[in-house]
Design a protein around this ligand. Structure first.
Ligand code: ATP
Ligand code: F6P
Ligand code: MG
Length: 435
Protein backbone atom coordinates (compact mmCIF):
# COMPACT_ATOMS: atom_id res chain seq x y z
CA UNK A 1 0.00 0.00 0.00
CA UNK A 2 1.53 3.31 -1.10
CA UNK A 3 1.71 6.01 1.54
CA UNK A 4 0.77 9.51 0.21
CA UNK A 5 4.10 10.82 1.48
CA UNK A 6 5.94 8.50 -0.90
CA UNK A 7 4.56 10.51 -3.84
CA UNK A 8 6.01 13.86 -2.71
CA UNK A 9 8.71 15.15 -5.06
CA UNK A 10 11.76 16.93 -3.66
CA UNK A 11 12.39 20.54 -4.76
CA UNK A 12 15.68 22.46 -4.86
CA UNK A 13 13.89 25.65 -3.82
CA UNK A 14 11.28 28.27 -4.78
CA UNK A 15 10.69 28.93 -8.48
CA UNK A 16 10.78 32.70 -8.92
CA UNK A 17 11.79 33.14 -12.56
CA UNK A 18 9.00 33.62 -15.13
CA UNK A 19 9.06 30.68 -17.54
CA UNK A 20 9.55 31.33 -21.28
CA UNK A 21 6.58 28.97 -21.71
CA UNK A 22 4.39 31.03 -19.36
CA UNK A 23 2.38 32.60 -22.17
CA UNK A 24 1.21 29.12 -23.23
CA UNK A 25 -0.22 28.45 -19.77
CA UNK A 26 -2.30 31.54 -19.02
CA UNK A 27 -5.72 30.04 -19.77
CA UNK A 28 -5.03 26.41 -18.98
CA UNK A 29 -6.65 24.64 -16.06
CA UNK A 30 -7.41 21.06 -15.14
CA UNK A 31 -9.66 19.20 -17.57
CA UNK A 32 -9.79 15.59 -18.71
CA UNK A 33 -7.04 16.57 -21.16
CA UNK A 34 -4.77 18.72 -18.95
CA UNK A 35 -3.63 18.91 -15.31
CA UNK A 36 -2.88 22.30 -13.79
CA UNK A 37 0.50 22.50 -12.05
CA UNK A 38 -1.24 23.12 -8.70
CA UNK A 39 -3.45 20.04 -9.11
CA UNK A 40 -2.44 16.41 -8.51
CA UNK A 41 -3.10 13.12 -10.31
CA UNK A 42 -4.76 10.39 -8.24
CA UNK A 43 -2.91 7.10 -7.87
CA UNK A 44 -6.16 5.10 -7.66
CA UNK A 45 -8.80 5.08 -10.40
CA UNK A 46 -11.65 2.89 -9.15
CA UNK A 47 -14.35 3.63 -6.59
CA UNK A 48 -13.40 0.57 -4.56
CA UNK A 49 -9.72 1.53 -4.41
CA UNK A 50 -10.55 5.11 -3.38
CA UNK A 51 -12.99 3.85 -0.74
CA UNK A 52 -10.27 1.64 0.71
CA UNK A 53 -7.97 4.65 1.28
CA UNK A 54 -7.94 6.73 4.43
CA UNK A 55 -8.63 10.46 4.46
CA UNK A 56 -5.58 11.46 2.41
CA UNK A 57 -5.65 10.11 -1.15
CA UNK A 58 -2.20 9.31 -2.61
CA UNK A 59 -1.57 11.45 -5.68
CA UNK A 60 1.25 12.36 -8.06
CA UNK A 61 2.61 15.79 -8.89
CA UNK A 62 1.63 16.41 -12.53
CA UNK A 63 4.21 16.74 -15.29
CA UNK A 64 4.31 19.67 -17.69
CA UNK A 65 5.66 23.23 -17.93
CA UNK A 66 5.37 25.56 -14.90
CA UNK A 67 4.53 29.27 -14.94
CA UNK A 68 7.70 29.97 -12.95
CA UNK A 69 11.03 28.14 -13.04
CA UNK A 70 13.88 27.69 -10.58
CA UNK A 71 16.88 27.87 -12.89
CA UNK A 72 17.93 30.83 -15.05
CA UNK A 73 18.27 29.29 -18.54
CA UNK A 74 21.04 31.72 -19.52
CA UNK A 75 23.27 30.64 -16.64
CA UNK A 76 23.02 26.85 -16.49
CA UNK A 77 24.54 23.75 -18.06
CA UNK A 78 22.75 20.42 -18.54
CA UNK A 79 24.16 16.90 -18.76
CA UNK A 80 22.69 13.72 -20.30
CA UNK A 81 23.73 10.11 -19.61
CA UNK A 82 22.32 6.80 -20.89
CA UNK A 83 22.90 3.65 -18.84
CA UNK A 84 22.15 -0.07 -18.86
CA UNK A 85 20.84 -2.25 -21.67
CA UNK A 86 19.86 -0.80 -25.04
CA UNK A 87 16.24 0.12 -25.68
CA UNK A 88 14.44 1.49 -28.76
CA UNK A 89 14.01 5.24 -28.39
CA UNK A 90 17.18 6.11 -26.47
CA UNK A 91 18.25 8.48 -29.25
CA UNK A 92 14.73 9.93 -29.42
CA UNK A 93 14.99 10.84 -25.73
CA UNK A 94 18.44 12.40 -26.15
CA UNK A 95 17.17 14.40 -29.14
CA UNK A 96 14.03 15.46 -27.28
CA UNK A 97 16.04 16.65 -24.28
CA UNK A 98 18.46 18.67 -26.43
CA UNK A 99 15.74 20.27 -28.56
CA UNK A 100 13.46 21.09 -25.62
CA UNK A 101 16.31 22.60 -23.58
CA UNK A 102 17.46 24.67 -26.54
CA UNK A 103 14.27 25.62 -28.29
CA UNK A 104 11.86 26.01 -25.36
CA UNK A 105 14.18 27.30 -22.64
CA UNK A 106 17.24 28.67 -24.45
CA UNK A 107 19.62 26.36 -22.58
CA UNK A 108 22.41 25.91 -25.10
CA UNK A 109 25.15 24.38 -22.95
CA UNK A 110 24.39 20.65 -22.92
CA UNK A 111 26.96 17.93 -22.24
CA UNK A 112 26.70 14.28 -23.21
CA UNK A 113 28.47 11.77 -20.98
CA UNK A 114 29.91 8.75 -22.78
CA UNK A 115 29.17 5.10 -21.97
CA UNK A 116 26.82 5.41 -19.04
CA UNK A 117 27.95 6.45 -15.57
CA UNK A 118 31.50 5.48 -16.60
CA UNK A 119 31.50 8.78 -18.50
CA UNK A 120 31.22 10.68 -15.20
CA UNK A 121 34.07 8.92 -13.44
CA UNK A 122 37.70 9.97 -13.93
CA UNK A 123 39.07 6.43 -14.13
CA UNK A 124 37.27 5.56 -17.37
CA UNK A 125 38.87 8.46 -19.25
CA UNK A 126 35.86 9.04 -21.51
CA UNK A 127 35.57 12.44 -23.18
CA UNK A 128 32.52 14.65 -22.63
CA UNK A 129 30.67 15.75 -25.79
CA UNK A 130 28.78 18.99 -26.48
CA UNK A 131 25.22 18.23 -27.66
CA UNK A 132 23.57 20.65 -30.09
CA UNK A 133 20.34 20.64 -32.14
CA UNK A 134 22.38 20.20 -35.31
CA UNK A 135 24.32 17.32 -33.80
CA UNK A 136 21.18 15.38 -32.84
CA UNK A 137 19.09 16.20 -35.92
CA UNK A 138 18.92 12.66 -37.34
CA UNK A 139 19.95 10.45 -34.40
CA UNK A 140 16.38 9.25 -33.82
CA UNK A 141 16.59 7.30 -37.10
CA UNK A 142 19.05 4.89 -35.49
CA UNK A 143 18.81 2.34 -32.70
CA UNK A 144 21.19 2.30 -29.75
CA UNK A 145 22.45 5.51 -28.11
CA UNK A 146 24.86 8.03 -29.64
CA UNK A 147 26.35 8.48 -26.17
CA UNK A 148 27.06 4.81 -25.58
CA UNK A 149 26.03 2.98 -22.42
CA UNK A 150 27.50 0.64 -19.83
CA UNK A 151 26.85 -1.44 -16.75
CA UNK A 152 29.06 -1.52 -13.68
CA UNK A 153 29.38 -0.07 -10.20
CA UNK A 154 30.37 3.61 -10.33
CA UNK A 155 31.02 5.81 -7.24
CA UNK A 156 28.36 8.55 -6.72
CA UNK A 157 30.96 10.75 -4.97
CA UNK A 158 33.15 10.71 -8.08
CA UNK A 159 30.08 11.37 -10.25
CA UNK A 160 29.07 14.43 -8.20
CA UNK A 161 32.70 15.66 -8.25
CA UNK A 162 32.48 15.51 -12.04
CA UNK A 163 29.17 17.41 -12.11
CA UNK A 164 30.59 20.12 -9.85
CA UNK A 165 33.83 20.48 -11.80
CA UNK A 166 31.90 20.82 -15.07
CA UNK A 167 29.35 23.19 -13.55
CA UNK A 168 26.40 20.96 -14.44
CA UNK A 169 23.09 22.12 -12.91
CA UNK A 170 20.70 19.56 -14.48
CA UNK A 171 21.50 15.85 -14.88
CA UNK A 172 19.18 13.73 -17.03
CA UNK A 173 19.60 9.99 -16.48
CA UNK A 174 18.07 7.75 -19.13
CA UNK A 175 18.19 4.25 -17.66
CA UNK A 176 16.46 1.33 -16.01
CA UNK A 177 15.96 0.34 -12.40
CA UNK A 178 19.68 0.08 -11.74
CA UNK A 179 20.38 3.49 -13.26
CA UNK A 180 17.63 4.98 -11.11
CA UNK A 181 19.15 3.45 -7.99
CA UNK A 182 22.37 5.13 -9.07
CA UNK A 183 20.52 8.41 -9.67
CA UNK A 184 19.09 8.18 -6.15
CA UNK A 185 22.59 7.90 -4.66
CA UNK A 186 23.75 10.80 -6.83
CA UNK A 187 20.81 12.94 -5.63
CA UNK A 188 21.53 12.06 -2.01
CA UNK A 189 25.22 12.90 -2.45
CA UNK A 190 24.29 16.27 -3.98
CA UNK A 191 21.91 16.99 -1.06
CA UNK A 192 24.61 16.00 1.46
CA UNK A 193 26.91 18.58 -0.14
CA UNK A 194 24.04 21.13 -0.13
CA UNK A 195 24.41 21.67 -3.85
CA UNK A 196 21.58 22.77 -6.18
CA UNK A 197 21.78 20.20 -8.98
CA UNK A 198 18.55 18.66 -10.32
CA UNK A 199 18.60 14.93 -11.09
CA UNK A 200 15.73 13.78 -13.32
CA UNK A 201 15.33 10.26 -14.67
CA UNK A 202 13.69 9.16 -17.91
CA UNK A 203 12.95 5.51 -17.11
CA UNK A 204 14.17 3.17 -19.84
CA UNK A 205 13.94 -0.58 -20.26
CA UNK A 206 12.39 -2.96 -22.73
CA UNK A 207 11.47 -5.16 -19.73
CA UNK A 208 8.78 -2.74 -18.51
CA UNK A 209 9.90 -3.70 -14.99
CA UNK A 210 9.77 -0.22 -13.40
CA UNK A 211 6.62 0.42 -11.33
CA UNK A 212 4.36 3.52 -11.17
CA UNK A 213 5.48 4.96 -14.54
CA UNK A 214 2.95 3.29 -16.83
CA UNK A 215 4.75 1.49 -19.68
CA UNK A 216 8.45 2.20 -20.20
CA UNK A 217 9.40 3.73 -23.54
CA UNK A 218 10.75 1.26 -26.11
CA UNK A 219 8.66 -1.56 -24.67
CA UNK A 220 6.05 -1.33 -27.44
CA UNK A 221 8.71 -1.29 -30.19
CA UNK A 222 10.47 -4.26 -28.57
CA UNK A 223 7.39 -6.45 -28.35
CA UNK A 224 6.38 -5.48 -31.89
CA UNK A 225 9.79 -6.68 -33.09
CA UNK A 226 9.45 -9.83 -30.97
CA UNK A 227 6.08 -10.54 -32.59
CA UNK A 228 7.89 -10.93 -35.94
CA UNK A 229 9.78 -13.92 -34.52
CA UNK A 230 6.57 -15.44 -33.18
CA UNK A 231 4.96 -15.06 -36.60
CA UNK A 232 7.98 -16.76 -38.22
CA UNK A 233 7.88 -19.64 -35.73
CA UNK A 234 4.16 -20.10 -36.37
CA UNK A 235 4.71 -20.28 -40.15
CA UNK A 236 7.48 -22.84 -39.65
CA UNK A 237 5.47 -24.96 -37.22
CA UNK A 238 2.30 -24.95 -39.32
CA UNK A 239 4.16 -25.94 -42.48
CA UNK A 240 5.26 -29.40 -41.37
CA UNK A 241 3.78 -32.40 -39.60
CA UNK A 242 3.96 -32.28 -35.82
CA UNK A 243 5.54 -28.85 -36.00
CA UNK A 244 6.45 -27.03 -32.78
CA UNK A 245 7.49 -23.37 -32.88
CA UNK A 246 9.40 -22.25 -29.78
CA UNK A 247 10.35 -18.57 -29.26
CA UNK A 248 12.36 -17.22 -26.32
CA UNK A 249 12.13 -13.47 -25.58
CA UNK A 250 13.97 -11.00 -23.35
CA UNK A 251 12.32 -9.33 -20.36
CA UNK A 252 14.61 -10.33 -17.50
CA UNK A 253 12.35 -11.22 -14.50
CA UNK A 254 9.15 -9.86 -16.05
CA UNK A 255 6.98 -11.53 -18.67
CA UNK A 256 5.53 -8.43 -20.33
CA UNK A 257 7.33 -8.75 -23.67
CA UNK A 258 6.35 -12.43 -24.02
CA UNK A 259 2.73 -11.68 -23.05
CA UNK A 260 2.22 -8.68 -25.35
CA UNK A 261 4.14 -10.18 -28.29
CA UNK A 262 2.04 -13.35 -28.04
CA UNK A 263 -1.20 -11.32 -27.89
CA UNK A 264 -0.07 -9.24 -30.89
CA UNK A 265 -0.25 -12.34 -33.12
CA UNK A 266 -2.84 -14.24 -31.07
CA UNK A 267 -1.38 -17.48 -32.46
CA UNK A 268 0.45 -18.83 -29.41
CA UNK A 269 -0.81 -21.99 -27.76
CA UNK A 270 1.35 -21.52 -24.66
CA UNK A 271 3.03 -18.52 -23.03
CA UNK A 272 5.47 -19.22 -20.19
CA UNK A 273 6.54 -16.33 -17.94
CA UNK A 274 8.60 -16.04 -14.74
CA UNK A 275 5.61 -14.82 -12.75
CA UNK A 276 3.65 -18.05 -13.26
CA UNK A 277 5.65 -21.14 -12.24
CA UNK A 278 4.83 -24.37 -14.08
CA UNK A 279 5.62 -28.06 -13.90
CA UNK A 280 7.48 -29.48 -16.90
CA UNK A 281 5.87 -32.85 -16.10
CA UNK A 282 2.56 -31.13 -16.61
CA UNK A 283 3.49 -28.93 -19.57
CA UNK A 284 5.29 -31.46 -21.78
CA UNK A 285 2.40 -34.01 -22.05
CA UNK A 286 -0.04 -31.12 -22.62
CA UNK A 287 2.11 -29.86 -25.50
CA UNK A 288 2.34 -33.34 -26.98
CA UNK A 289 -1.47 -33.70 -26.82
CA UNK A 290 -1.93 -30.27 -28.44
CA UNK A 291 0.39 -31.28 -31.34
CA UNK A 292 -1.45 -34.59 -31.73
CA UNK A 293 -4.82 -32.79 -31.77
CA UNK A 294 -3.90 -29.74 -33.89
CA UNK A 295 -0.92 -30.94 -35.96
CA UNK A 296 1.32 -28.17 -34.62
CA UNK A 297 1.79 -25.88 -31.62
CA UNK A 298 3.44 -22.52 -30.86
CA UNK A 299 5.19 -21.82 -27.54
CA UNK A 300 6.41 -18.40 -26.36
CA UNK A 301 8.78 -18.44 -23.38
CA UNK A 302 10.07 -15.41 -21.47
CA UNK A 303 13.80 -15.66 -20.75
CA UNK A 304 13.16 -15.38 -17.00
CA UNK A 305 10.71 -18.30 -16.95
CA UNK A 306 11.64 -21.78 -15.78
CA UNK A 307 14.81 -20.76 -13.96
CA UNK A 308 13.75 -23.13 -11.17
CA UNK A 309 14.25 -25.99 -13.63
CA UNK A 310 17.90 -25.02 -14.22
CA UNK A 311 19.05 -26.31 -10.86
CA UNK A 312 22.71 -26.79 -11.71
CA UNK A 313 23.06 -23.39 -13.40
CA UNK A 314 25.92 -21.47 -11.67
CA UNK A 315 25.05 -18.08 -10.10
CA UNK A 316 26.59 -15.48 -12.46
CA UNK A 317 26.26 -11.71 -12.08
CA UNK A 318 26.70 -8.98 -14.65
CA UNK A 319 28.89 -5.91 -14.03
CA UNK A 320 25.99 -4.14 -12.28
CA UNK A 321 25.25 -7.06 -9.98
CA UNK A 322 22.18 -8.31 -11.87
CA UNK A 323 21.84 -12.09 -11.79
CA UNK A 324 22.50 -13.46 -15.31
CA UNK A 325 19.69 -15.78 -16.36
CA UNK A 326 20.20 -19.38 -17.38
CA UNK A 327 19.13 -20.16 -20.95
CA UNK A 328 15.80 -21.86 -20.20
CA UNK A 329 14.70 -21.63 -23.85
CA UNK A 330 17.43 -24.04 -24.96
CA UNK A 331 16.72 -26.27 -21.96
CA UNK A 332 13.02 -26.36 -22.89
CA UNK A 333 13.89 -27.12 -26.52
CA UNK A 334 15.88 -30.18 -25.45
CA UNK A 335 13.22 -31.31 -22.96
CA UNK A 336 10.56 -31.13 -25.71
CA UNK A 337 12.71 -33.17 -28.11
CA UNK A 338 13.40 -35.75 -25.36
CA UNK A 339 9.73 -35.96 -24.42
CA UNK A 340 8.56 -36.61 -27.99
CA UNK A 341 11.35 -39.16 -28.48
CA UNK A 342 10.42 -40.96 -25.27
CA UNK A 343 6.83 -41.15 -26.51
CA UNK A 344 8.05 -42.36 -29.93
CA UNK A 345 6.29 -39.39 -31.52
CA UNK A 346 7.55 -37.31 -34.50
CA UNK A 347 8.27 -33.65 -33.83
CA UNK A 348 9.67 -30.93 -36.09
CA UNK A 349 10.78 -28.25 -33.63
CA UNK A 350 11.89 -24.80 -34.82
CA UNK A 351 13.55 -22.64 -32.15
CA UNK A 352 13.90 -18.85 -32.53
CA UNK A 353 15.53 -16.53 -29.99
CA UNK A 354 15.71 -12.94 -31.39
CA UNK A 355 17.64 -11.87 -28.27
CA UNK A 356 19.18 -8.40 -28.77
CA UNK A 357 17.41 -7.90 -32.12
CA UNK A 358 14.30 -6.64 -30.30
CA UNK A 359 16.09 -3.88 -28.39
CA UNK A 360 18.60 -2.56 -30.94
CA UNK A 361 16.07 -1.24 -33.46
CA UNK A 362 14.93 2.40 -33.78
CA UNK A 363 11.70 3.35 -32.00
CA UNK A 364 8.38 2.92 -33.79
CA UNK A 365 6.29 6.10 -34.23
CA UNK A 366 4.34 5.49 -31.01
CA UNK A 367 7.51 5.23 -28.96
CA UNK A 368 9.10 8.17 -30.80
CA UNK A 369 6.21 10.39 -29.72
CA UNK A 370 6.29 8.94 -26.20
CA UNK A 371 10.07 9.51 -25.96
CA UNK A 372 9.75 13.13 -27.06
CA UNK A 373 6.96 13.83 -24.58
CA UNK A 374 8.86 12.16 -21.73
CA UNK A 375 11.90 14.27 -22.61
CA UNK A 376 9.77 17.42 -22.61
CA UNK A 377 8.35 16.49 -19.20
CA UNK A 378 11.83 15.79 -17.84
CA UNK A 379 13.10 19.21 -18.93
CA UNK A 380 10.03 20.98 -17.49
CA UNK A 381 10.58 19.19 -14.16
CA UNK A 382 14.31 19.99 -13.98
CA UNK A 383 13.88 23.64 -14.98
CA UNK A 384 11.29 23.94 -12.16
CA UNK A 385 13.89 22.70 -9.69
CA UNK A 386 12.30 19.30 -9.09
CA UNK A 387 14.82 16.58 -8.30
CA UNK A 388 15.23 12.88 -7.45
CA UNK A 389 12.27 11.94 -9.65
CA UNK A 390 11.50 10.04 -12.84
CA UNK A 391 8.88 11.12 -15.36
CA UNK A 392 6.15 8.66 -16.32
CA UNK A 393 2.67 8.46 -17.80
CA UNK A 394 0.26 7.16 -15.17
CA UNK A 395 -3.11 6.23 -16.71
CA UNK A 396 -2.57 8.72 -19.54
CA UNK A 397 -1.34 11.64 -17.39
CA UNK A 398 2.33 12.69 -17.30
CA UNK A 399 3.48 12.64 -13.68
CA UNK A 400 6.57 13.01 -11.48
CA UNK A 401 7.44 9.80 -9.61
CA UNK A 402 9.94 10.08 -6.73
CA UNK A 403 12.89 7.80 -7.49
CA UNK A 404 12.62 5.95 -4.13
CA UNK A 405 9.09 4.88 -5.17
CA UNK A 406 10.18 3.98 -8.72
CA UNK A 407 12.86 1.64 -7.35
CA UNK A 408 10.73 0.30 -4.46
CA UNK A 409 9.90 -2.87 -6.34
CA UNK A 410 9.79 -4.59 -9.71
CA UNK A 411 6.87 -4.25 -12.10
CA UNK A 412 5.76 -7.76 -13.04
CA UNK A 413 2.83 -9.44 -14.73
CA UNK A 414 0.12 -10.02 -12.09
CA UNK A 415 -1.10 -13.63 -12.42
CA UNK A 416 -4.46 -12.36 -11.13
CA UNK A 417 -4.45 -9.30 -13.38
CA UNK A 418 -6.33 -8.64 -16.62
CA UNK A 419 -3.26 -8.98 -18.86
CA UNK A 420 -2.62 -12.58 -17.81
CA UNK A 421 -6.36 -13.31 -18.04
CA UNK A 422 -6.20 -12.12 -21.67
CA UNK A 423 -3.27 -14.45 -22.33
CA UNK A 424 -5.16 -17.41 -20.83
CA UNK A 425 -8.22 -16.53 -22.93
CA UNK A 426 -6.15 -16.10 -26.11
CA UNK A 427 -4.11 -19.29 -25.76
CA UNK A 428 -6.60 -21.56 -24.04
CA UNK A 429 -3.74 -22.84 -21.88
CA UNK A 430 -4.60 -24.01 -18.36
CA UNK A 431 -3.92 -21.60 -15.46
CA UNK A 432 -1.29 -24.07 -14.25
CA UNK A 433 0.32 -27.23 -15.55
CA UNK A 434 -0.15 -29.72 -12.75
CA UNK A 435 1.76 -32.92 -13.30
N1 ATP B 1 21.72 -1.20 -6.91
C1 ATP B 1 22.36 -0.13 -7.44
N2 ATP B 1 22.72 0.93 -6.69
C2 ATP B 1 23.35 1.99 -7.24
N3 ATP B 1 23.66 2.10 -8.56
C3 ATP B 1 23.31 1.06 -9.35
C4 ATP B 1 22.65 -0.10 -8.85
N4 ATP B 1 22.46 -0.97 -9.89
C5 ATP B 1 22.97 -0.37 -10.99
N5 ATP B 1 23.47 0.85 -10.67
C6 ATP B 1 24.09 1.80 -11.59
O1 ATP B 1 23.28 1.91 -12.76
C7 ATP B 1 24.01 1.53 -13.92
C8 ATP B 1 23.11 0.69 -14.84
O2 ATP B 1 22.48 -0.36 -14.09
P1 ATP B 1 22.06 -1.74 -14.82
O3 ATP B 1 23.22 -2.27 -15.58
O4 ATP B 1 21.43 -2.60 -13.79
O5 ATP B 1 21.01 -1.36 -15.97
P2 ATP B 1 19.55 -0.71 -15.79
O6 ATP B 1 19.69 0.74 -15.56
O7 ATP B 1 18.80 -1.49 -14.77
O8 ATP B 1 18.94 -0.89 -17.24
P3 ATP B 1 18.35 -2.25 -17.90
O9 ATP B 1 17.65 -2.99 -16.82
O10 ATP B 1 17.45 -1.77 -18.96
O11 ATP B 1 19.51 -3.00 -18.44
C9 ATP B 1 25.22 0.78 -13.43
O12 ATP B 1 26.33 1.06 -14.29
C10 ATP B 1 25.45 1.33 -12.04
O13 ATP B 1 26.32 2.45 -12.08
O1 F6P C 1 22.75 -6.30 -22.05
P1 F6P C 1 23.04 -7.54 -21.28
O2 F6P C 1 24.05 -7.32 -20.18
O3 F6P C 1 23.34 -8.72 -22.16
O4 F6P C 1 21.70 -7.88 -20.47
C1 F6P C 1 20.56 -8.43 -21.13
C2 F6P C 1 19.38 -7.99 -20.31
O5 F6P C 1 19.15 -6.60 -20.54
C3 F6P C 1 17.79 -6.41 -20.92
O6 F6P C 1 17.71 -6.34 -22.30
C4 F6P C 1 17.25 -5.13 -20.33
O7 F6P C 1 17.23 -5.23 -18.94
C5 F6P C 1 17.06 -7.66 -20.41
O8 F6P C 1 15.84 -7.89 -21.09
C6 F6P C 1 18.09 -8.73 -20.69
O9 F6P C 1 17.92 -9.88 -19.88
MG1 MG D 1 17.55 -3.18 -14.90
Amino acid sequence: MVDPGQLIVRSLGESRIPSPLGSLLTRRGTTEHYVDEADRVLLDDTVAMLAARGDELPSFEPGGPRRRIYFDPSKIRAGIVTCGGLCPGLNDVIRGLVLTLNNQYGVSRILGFRNGYQGLTPGAGHSVVELTPAGVEYINEHGGTILGTSRGNQDPEEIVDCLEQLGVNLLFVVGGDGSMRGARLISETIAARDRRIAVVGVPKTIDNDIPYIGQSFGFQTAYAKAAESIRAAHVEAAAQPSGVGLVQLMGRHSGFIASYAALANNDADYVLIPEVPFSLDGFLPALRRRVADRGHALVVVAEGAGQEHLRDAPLRLDASGNRKLGDFGLHLRDRILDDFAAAAREVNLKYIDPSYAIRSVPANPYDSVYCLRLAQAAVHAAMAGRTELVVGMWRGRFVHVPIPLAVSGRNQVDPDGDLWLSVLEATGQPPDFTA
